[in-house]
Design a protein around this ligand. Structure first.
Ligand code: SF4
Length: 533
């Protein structure tokens, strides 16, 4: 069974209509295989929709579609791409211009067979056919700019979910939208309940399963604080010896505050990141001068000490004083992302703040310290960062949505900003006798085996564009237009110059297609189609 068929087979229908749609789609996949992803498949073709809701699930991002003359969801043709969720997200981005968008779950939310009436696209008639439409639930923050995709839609806007009926003139779509909203809300409520549900199993698990570490045998704030600072960027095993030597030499905050710098740095030698120990001493001096030598007991005062961030303040307050202050580090983010199957980027500070707030809302008034320790511990030894998590030993297994949906390997999402490569390309629209040159892309890599407009890497000058056409033996007659377009893939952005050149020859290296053939037979991926509009 292909990956595509497996994904379709994993969809759990909610209704008999959906069960029938799933069975029909699997039957057609059995007959046509991945050809069902292409527009020229005689049985119809697979399309991918994204139903976009705001994070609070009260609004949906929709557009007025020129073809359907109605307000509706975003989506488009798979055009050979078996990554259906990827297509749904890409189309949502292209049709609305939002960039921050993530799946509520990687699972298919709905499969519907949708009849498409005859219509015109770019002035070309398109016959009636059917879409095997696969829908995913997407979440997008509302604080980002939206824009129309001029050739396809207008009036991209957020609508409150109870307003859709006022703008949607396709009555057959309303039940679909309503079921998607209900499903996304149910799924979201399930996720929201999870932080509260994890507390009892974690507290039951921790006493018998945690590692016996020296700093876990004490609730003395100086000791806990020191261990947390040492454990930043350093392995547990390496910290043990340093921790013991440091406390033997500087047994209290007063001794740390007065320690000569040479001795201090010697005690830290080998741990690296020496700012950590310098800040430790500054904080100790602050405690001596401003807090009478007594470690403060409230979160704000602790957080205000040099070198203490949200994580360390949360850890010290909960472990030493049982205050309900979560300590959220990479381990805890990983557990939370997998538990809730949350595909948001955990490197985004807003997402971290949101997860921290979710935990803070359910932190217990008793055993807060044990909960903090248990979350850190499970992230370190069970829900591990490298390799497969040990779900079989995990007390959260029955709750974990990533485990249930088989998406643990995809989580957490850690996207560093600006790591998408930008590539300049020059794309040629070579025209001769009303036909346009296209060719097949290589069978491996980006847009593998799909049709493309001839293109080369780099941003060519007009002279070099003509020279390239000559090299292809198309006998360029006239350069008529240059347009600029951008297309965003997952890992790369193409910044394109599209050049329109009238030619005298039609060399055999290319397939020369009429506009009708381009619309009906040789579908171009959006990355190239956008040049033609
Ligand atoms: Fe992590 Fe697996 Fe536990 Fe989920 S079930 S929290 S993925 S170890």
């Amino acid at each position: 069974m292909s990956r595509l068929a497996e994904e379709i087979a994993s969809f759990e229908p909610y209704t008999e209509t959906e069960a029938a749609a799933k069975a029909e789609l699997l039957r057609q996949l059995g007959t046509y295989g991945d050809t069902l992803l292409e527009r020229d498949c005689p049985a119809g073709h697979i399309t991918c929709s994204g139903f976009i809701l705001s994070p609070d699930l009260t609004q949906t991002l929709m557009a007025y579609h020129l073809i359907y003359q109605s307000v509706g969801w975003t989506g488009g043709h798979a055009d050979g791409d078996p990554d259906l969720l990827g297509v749904a997200i890409r189309e949502a981005r292209e049709e609305t211009s939002v960039t921050r968008i993530y799946p509520l779950t990687r699972r298919i939310l709905s499969i519907d067979i949708l009849p498409v009436p005859p219509h015109e696209k770019h002035g070309v008639p398109v016959a009636a056919h059917q879409h095997f439409n696969v829908t995913y639930g997407l979440i997008a923050p509302t604080d980002q700019a939206v824009a129309d995709k001029p050739d396809e839609n207008r009036s991209v806007r957020w609508l409150y979910t109870d307003e859709i009926g006022e703008y949607c003139t396709e009555p057959q779509m309303m039940p679909i939208y309503e079921k998607l909203i209900a499903r996304m809300r149910a799924l979201s409520m399930r996720k929201a309940a999870l932080p509260g549900e994890l507390i009892a199993p974690m507290l039951a698990w921790y006493p018998a399963h945690h590692r016996d570490l020296p700093w876990r045998r004490t609730r003395e704030p100086y000791h806990v604080w020191l261990s947390e600072i040492m454990l930043q960027q350093t392995r547990v095993e390496a910290v043990k010896g340093y921790y013991a030597r440091f406390l033997e030499s500087l047994p209290d905050i007063a001794a740390l505050a007065e320690c000569p710098e040479d001795k201090l740095l010697k005690l830290w030698e080998g741990l690296g990141y020496y700012n950590r120990v310098r800040n430790l001493q500054k904080a100790a001096q602050c405690i001596m001068h401003e807090h009478g030598g007594v470690f403060p007991t409230d979160y704000a005062a602790i957080r205000a000490l040099p070198g203490i961030g949200d994580y360390t303040a949360g850890a010290v307050c909960s472990i030493c004083y049982d205050l309900p202050t979560p300590a959220v580090d990479g381990n805890v983010l990983r557990v939370m992302a997998r538990l809730q199957e949350d595909f948001r980027n955990v490197l985004d500070s807003k997402i971290k703040a949101d997860m921290t707030a979710q935990l803070a809302a359910v932190y217990p008034s008793e055993n807060a310290g044990m909960l903090t320790q248990s979350l850190i511990e499970i992230g370190a030894v069970v829900c591990v960062p490298n390799g497969a998590p040990h779900c079989g030993e995990c007390p959260l297994q029955t709750l974990c949505m990533a485990y249930r949906h088989g998406s643990t390997g995809m989580l957490p999402v850690r996207e560093k900003k600006n790591d998408r490569r930008i590539e300049q390309r020059t794309v040629f629209v070579m025209m001769c006798e009303g036909k346009i040159a296209i060719r097949k892309r290589p069978s491996q890599g980006l847009l593998a085996s799909l049709w493309e407009l001839p293109n080369v890497e780099g941003s060519l000058s007009p002279e070099d564009m003509i020279a390239q056409c000559s090299q292809w033996q198309a006998s360029p007659r006239e350069l008529t237009k240059i347009v600029e377009r951008k297309h965003i893939f997952t890992h790369i952005t193409w910044e394109m110059q599209g050049v329109f050149i009238e030619c005298r020859e039609m060399p055999d290296a290319f397939l020369w297609a009429s506009p009708e053939e381009l619309a009906e037979t040789y579908s171009l991926p959006t990355a190239f189609r956008c040049i033609l509009t």
